[in-house]
Design a protein around this ligand. Sequence first.
Ligand SMILES: Cc1cc2nc3c(=O)[nH]c(=O)nc-3n(C[C@H](O)[C@H](O)[C@H](O)COP(=O)(O)O)c2cc1C
Length: 247
Amino acid sequence: MIVYFSGTGNSRYIAKSIANINKQKLINMGELLKYKKDLPENPSGIYVFVAPMYAWKLPRIVESFIRREKFNKGSKAYFVLTAGLANGNANKSIYELCAEKGIECLGCACITMPENYIALYSAPSPEKEKQIIAKADKAIISFAKAIAQNKPFKDTPPSPMGFLLSTIVNDVFYKFIVKDRKFWANDNCIGCGICEKACMLNNIKLVDGKPKWLEQCTHCMACINLCPKQAINYGKGTIKKRRYYLE
Ligand SMILES: Cc1cc2nc3c(=O)[nH]c(=O)nc-3n(C[C@H](O)[C@H](O)[C@H](O)COP(=O)(O)O)c2cc1C
């Protein structure tokens, strides 16, 4: 069973590709979160979790989802993280989480995908985006093969300073940056409700036809990147930035 969390499509793309190659069941964790559901039964006991890298770690929302789910004895899991840049030392906390849940971790891989975090960085140009995805496509095939044969992955090694990035920097990031008060919608907003629907945490409500953020944001960037009118911004820094969403 392949379970993915994805704000802007990268992790869904990888999860779908692996599911297509291996003919495995695909589950959208975002929907489970939105509708407060649990993972369905998984008779094989083998999970493939695909998620973006957030501040050099598995997103906290994904970690807490896995933490509260029940897994049968003998369950095994692969982790595939999609990252705009690097993986820090994300593997360490994933192995710890698996140990806590009695899951055997069969490996943590990090695949570079286009950057989606336009609140702080810029998405690549369409040209560059194509190149990055073409490179990722090659990596996916080898990971899918290993998964099909139940073989462990070779973990992606930590990046330089990974220890600091995935601990102190991650903590500071969540404490000070992962807030929604800088999101706003300008007059181009047509009140279509796409942002409300896309928000996996039900953190957006339309009030008088405009989105209102309710302080439970995880910065997945779905709302800002999906808005068909480019009406949503984060502070002023995103006004002229290219939006990124992989269908
Ligand atoms: C809140 C947030 C934090 C991020 N932190 C990192 C990071 O630490 N390292 C990195 O390489 N990319 C980082 N990124 C980029 C994403 O991991 C990357 O673009 C990912 O493929 C997005 O996946 P998605 O489209 O499935 O949501 C971050 C993106 C967001 C939204």
